[in-house]
Design a protein around this ligand. Structure first.
Ligand SMILES: Nc1ncnc2c1ncn2[C@@H]1O[C@H](COP(=O)(O)OP(=O)(O)OP(=O)(O)O)[C@@H](O)[C@H]1O
Ligand SMILES: [Mg+2]
Length: 218
């Protein structure tokens, strides 16, 4: 589904490249963990995959099409959904309105379907009153579940997450991993997670380590 072709990236000079000539393939219906030391370039790699930045060399293809040709704005809106460490929800809205807004902005096939959004939040353990309260009144684990519910109600087939369990305790981490596995296995999406935590990496279907400018299977 997603392919990197001779992908290279550096910030200042080519001789300081973070990674070079990376050729990886990510399939729909599978989850992938990316691990590696702090500063190795994991977040940078994810930002390229998410269409937030452009490769210095090489390309990224979605279903055989260069994402630059799709147009990065279009790609970010329709094809990819992002979960960050710190939830990135609209803090002045309820969980329900966070989902409805995302569904509308991305023109999801479920756009406007309030019942569908409510069902998803309920499935993820939010009560009726929690769905309608301000997101800032929820715990970190609950907020992260809302961020994940948002990717589940949108149509994007690629879900990328940067340290999504970084702020969570063990129980919430387990729940969040289970949800990502559901997104991959039940919704058939491709899930790519950057993580420091070996428990998260082990729970994913595949894992790659970024080390010495190269990715290798773990
Ligand atoms: N905007 C930027 N301009 C210049 N250098 C940058 C920029 N962003 C990141 N870097 C550098 O690129 C390297 C890789 O950063 P990146 O954030 O991708 O690493 P990471 O693997 O995600 O690390 P961590 O595990 O700590 O999150 C680091 O040395 C960082 O200092
Ligand atoms: Mg990072």
């Amino acid at each position: 589904m997603l392919k990197t072709k001779d992908l290279s990236y550096w910030y200042d000079q080519k001789k300081n490249s973070l990674f070079e000539n990376v050729n990886l393939e990510f399939e729909a219906g599978q989850s992938y963990a990316i691990v590696g030391q702090s500063g190795s370039g994991k977040t940078t790699f994810l930002s390229l995959i998410a269409g937030l930045d452009k490769p210095k060399a090489g390309s990224i293809e979605l279903d055989g099409k260069d994402i630059n040709k799709i147009g990065l704005t279009n790609y970010r809106k329709k094809d990819v959904s992002i979960v960050f460490q710190s939830y990135n929800l609209f803090t002045y809205m309820s969980p329900l309105n966070n989902l409805l807004t995302a569904m509308s902005v991305t023109e999801s096939r479920h756009a406007g379907d309030k019942e569908y959004a409510q069902q998803m939040l309920a499935k993820l353990g939010l009560t009726d009153s929690q769905m309608k309260t301000n997101v800032q009144q929820l715990s970190g684990g609950q907020q992260q579940r809302v961020a994940i519910a948002r990717t589940m109600v949108c149509d994007a087939n690629l879900v990328v997450a940067d340290e999504p369990t970084g702020n969570l305790d063990e129980d919430n981490t387990t729940e969040v991993i289970d949800l990502f596995q559901q997104i991959a296995h039940e919704q058939g999406k491709c899930v790519i997670i950057v993580t420091h935590e070996s428990a998260v990496a082990q729970a994913c279907d595949n894992a790659y380590r970024l080390e010495k400018h190269e990715f290798s299977a773990v």
